[in-house]
Design a protein around this ligand. Sequence first.
Ligand code: AMP
Ligand code: MG
Length: 345
Amino acid sequence: MITKTVQIDENKIDESLIKEAGEIIKQGGLVAFPTETVYGLGGDALNPESSKKIYAAKGRPSDNPLIVHIYRLEDLDRIVKNVSEDAKKVMDAFWPGPLTLIFEKTDVVPKETTGGLDTVAVRFPIHPTAMAFIEAAGGFVAAPSANLSGRPSPTLAKYVCEDLNGRVDMIIDGGNIPIGLESTIVDMTSEVPMILRPGFVSKEMLEEVLGEVKVDPTILDANSTERPKAPGMRYRHYAPKADMAIVRGEDEKVSARINEMAKEHKECTVICVDEHVKDYPGLNIKNVGSAKDSNEIASNLYKILRECDDEGVEFILSESFSDKGIGAAVMNRLIKAAGHKIIDV
Ligand code: AMP
Ligand code: MG
């Protein structure tokens, strides 16, 4: 398959290119497109054959459900049942935006799209190119992140190309992605809404609107033997090719341990905050951004993990970062990338 790559400026959307992209989806093809979280790999959510193609293109296990993207609220009732008052409140507060909600599905949504489940994950993104594309595609686009299964989610079109060139019909290059981590997922089918995956919309933000919010215990406890409620969370996601460990503790102890460990590994790269670059003289450094700015760290993390792959890094030592607000999502992805290897000092 030849993959066509096009550039679309979100501030000046090329209608004919968007129409072409939408037509590909309607014909059962695949298009990668930018959203505010990461690049998505889109297919027609209501066409089981399209969903099968998405799984094949990513090499994704078919029991790992896809998120259905809509571009306007009026379409929600076609694909979901039993929208609670709580759900209406969060939709009102955070849609369109980087929040995915789980509902009971209607018969219109094929089980191929939901990985066999009777529930469906729905997202209403705010990225102008994503919205225009979903509309042109007929209104319901199933889209997981546009990476090969197990690789970090792409935050630049060149990473989508690296993973999916020859596997999709079109890639829409929308430049840099503002958030850089996948959406928050909240299950609205349980009595008390439950966070299944942390993201930009934090627990604190959800609590302000909903009062009580639970967190899937498997997210908080690395050694939990329970099954995560979001099927995707059980796979080793977000992984760089290098061996990776996180060093956690007081600043001085962390830098001392990292400097010591780095001596033992020839091809070692250190991921640290801007404020600590000076603490690692002579080492290969990836500056993830200021310790005070979790948004900056979120937007740089996947890029840095991919750069480490490109440079053939064999060992990564990362500092631990704030887990407040979106920091909870940063640490969730970092710990998964490290395969839960944390060294406390
Ligand atoms: P991705 O789009 O690649 O970030 O993956 C979407 C993730 O959403 C999947 O890995 C699942 O963990 C989660 N998800 C999608 N649909 C459901 C659902 N019906 N119930 C629970 N989790 C879901
Ligand atoms: Mg993904």
